[in-house]
Design a protein around this ligand. Structure first.
Ligand SMILES: [Zn+2]
Length: 637
């Protein structure tokens, strides 16, 4: 019996670890090329990419699952479509319940190191989990860095040898708008060419398996789309992909594949799991989505399914294209083509997001905005009469311009644009909400309330409307009207940071300090607090006698809170630490009298021989507050 269980256990263990004993895990480099169309890596523009790809397997029909940076990378790092990992747009947070590639590799003994080149992939959005080091230092206030800057840092890292196998992820951002490569390069293709030079430097300094992949492409005006994220056409969905490493013979394949298989391929190389690896590409229906216009503007959700050379797009109606014969997708074959059962199932069963994902905090929004990413979320409802995004291309330039003005806080200029958008697209919640926020920011209270009510009428359930209406009211004389709105949002969705922050502010104003502390702690579990915020939290906690919370806050605040910490350590009975802290308080501190008083208390409790002179010193320097405390202090008698 025991032996049978033992045998079964061994079998299970073998199945999980197919790699033989002698297997040596290779180092693995993943290079992600932001905003890189498949047709942009042609030989005259990207000679290094082509030379490297020739050594391995080049996929001529690789597709991103979603044409947005963070969401596309989440798919590569989880092996899941956005419906599986829950990130459909930039500025959202990947749930910490979704297992990540780097975590698996680290557990298998890899050193895991990432270098990203834009804030859209900052650690705070959730992809840092499992990485020993995650380099997102763009220099000062910048939100991105060039491929050269990133490569210089990677090469410096690679110069330090280590016996462990390495998983290295390098992200290049250059081809993203605006197109400003250093001379002699220019334009979008110039950005790709500049990046390709750096790719050459990087790959020649690395020894091991390599994957090079685009995160999504760029519209460049095709189908009315200048950038990416709004539509599902080849310009933004079709990306370069090449894999070079153990078990791969040089070849080119036109099998359609999803870039989410990067996850499975790397696990395969690492000897952890060989299923779905691109080393042996399977025939499958490749799926993609573009939910940004749905989530932000209330337009039709968009799903695509690709089988062989036929691509089906579902967005209010069905379009079918032969992407080999007609890569520009100008001849819709939907009237004559009959969809296969797997394609129909893929389209019909793809889950439309039915929840409102938590938006980014304000600072993240600003930084994303500087990269051209702006969005307000709506609680998604699929309206039968909602417009097809492809039919709304006339509004893309207006929406882009309004977004840029809005995040630049140029509210007076943005208002007429938003009014024009709403005239054309009256259900556009994002624009209605921005209009209300613009009026609110200009202090035009009555217009703001009317605009918020208009937004409420578009979507009565929108948590964004409740949040921003609540925040508007919270700033004014009628701040108490904000309470039910913000309470409701926080109860429904505790991850919605702006609402939680608004409610925390109100709780302080109401004198409900314990509640304010609890909300602040909730916020700081999701984003790092600033030093000033930690000090404020520490003071609140001191005021209500939450010593442990206060100690934690002041310790993390880092800048000279010796008196507060001295007082708190004393209260917690940590006398030696209290002594050391209080000794550091300089006479220039306005509360020096308090420091001397507390130090004298500590001195008595520690039975220091000089405690009488410390009590005397506290008496001599006493101020109005400490005089009375000293008089009543039993320790001093
Ligand atoms: Zn991107």
């Amino acid at each position: 019996m025991t032996r049978a269980i033992f045998a079964a256990f061994v079998l299970t263990a073998c199945a999980r670890h197919p790699a033989p004993e002698s297997f040596v895990r290779p180092s693995i480099l993943l290079v992600t090329l932001d905003t890189t169309r498949d047709d942009a890596v042609r030989p005259d523009i990207a000679p290094n990419f082509n030379a490297i790809a020739k050594r391995g397997l080049r996929f001529t029909q690789a597709y991103t699952p979603v044409p947005q940076t963070l969401a596309a990378h989440c798919s590569m790092m989880t092996g899941l479509y956005p419906a599986g990992h829950g990130v459909h747009e930039n500025g959202r947070y990947l749930s910490d319940r979704v297992p990540l590639l780097a975590e698996k590799l680290k557990a298998a003994g890899y050193r895991t190191v990432a270098f990203v080149s834009a804030f859209a992939l900052a650690r705070r959005f959730g992809l840092g989990r499992g990485f020993d080091s995650y380099d997102e230092d763009f220099g000062g206030e910048r939100a991105e860095r060039t491929a050269k800057e990133t490569t210089d840092r990677v090469l410096a890292y690679l110069a330090r040898p280590s016996p462990q196998p390495l998983f290295l992820w390098v992200h290049y951002y250059d081809p993203h708008f605006p197109y400003t490569p250093p001379p002699p390069f220019h334009g979008y293709l110039g950005e790709v060419a500049f990046m390709d030079q750096q790719l050459g430097r990087l790959v020649s300094a690395f020894h091991g398996a390599v994957i090079i992949v685009g995160d999504h492409g760029e519209g460049l005006g095709e189908h009315g789309e200048a950038q990416h994220g709004d539509l599902l056409y080849q310009a933004t969905m079709h990306v370069p992909l090449a894999i070079i490493g153990p078990g791969i013979r040089p070849n080119v394949t036109d099998a359609p594949v999803s870039t989410r298989r990067v996850f499975h391929t790397i696990l395969d190389w690492a000897g952890l799991d060989a299923t779905h690896s691109l080393r042996r590409p399977e025939q499958e229906v490749v799926v993609g989505e573009a939910m940004k216009p749905f989530l932000d503007y209330g337009w039709q959700p968009q799903v695509m399914a690709l089988e062989g050379r036929l691509k089906t797009i579902s967005a209010g109606k069905i379009e079918v294209y032969d992407v080999i014969a007609d890569p520009a997708e100008t001849h819709d074959l939907s009237a004559s083509a009959s969809l296969s059962r797997p394609v129909r199932a893929a389209i019909q069963q793809y889950p439309i997001p039915s929840f409102a994902p938590p938006p980014a905090d304000e600072e993240s929004r600003k930084q994303l905005a500087s990269l051209g990413y702006v969005s307000a979320t709506t609680k998604p409802i699929v309206r039968k009469d909602a417009p097809r995004p492809a039919d709304m291309a006339r509004l893309f330039p207006l929406l882009d311009e309004a977004a840029q003005l809005f995040v630049a806080a140029r509210y007076r200029e943005v208002i007429p644009l938003l009014e024009r958008i709403l005239k054309d697209d009256p259900h556009n919640l994002d624009s209605a909400l921005r209009l209300a926020t613009a009026y609110s920011s200009l202090g035009r209270d009555r217009d703001a309330v009317a605009a918020f009510e208009r937004a409420q009428a578009i979507d009565p359930n929108s948590e964004d409307v409740k949040t921003y209406f609540g925040l508007h009211l919270a700033r004014g004389k009628e701040w108490q009207k904000a309470i039910p709105l913000l309470e409701r949002v926080v109860a429904d969705d505790p991850d919605r940071l702006p609402a939680v922050e608004g409610l925390a502010m109100i709780r302080e104003r109401q004198g409900r300090i314990e509640d304010a502390i609890r909300l602040r702690q909730q916020i700081y579990r999701q984003r790092a607090p600033t030093s000033a915020e930690l000090v404020q939290l520490g003071r609140m906690a001191m005021a209500v006698g939450q010593t442990a919370v206060a100690i934690d806050a002041f310790e993390k605040a880092h800048n000279n809170h010796d008196l507060e910490l001295g007082v708190l350590y004393l209260a917690a009975g940590r006398l030696q630490e209290a002594r050391d802290m209080l000794d550091r308080v300089p006479p220039s501190n306005p509360d020096y009298a308090m420091a001397l008083f507390k130090r004298a208390q500590v001195s008595v409790l520690l039975h220091e021989p000089d405690s009488p002179s410390r009590i005397e010193s506290a008496r001599q320097h006493a101020d109005a507050t400490t005089k009375e405390l000293i008089a009543r202090e039993r320790l001093f008698r």
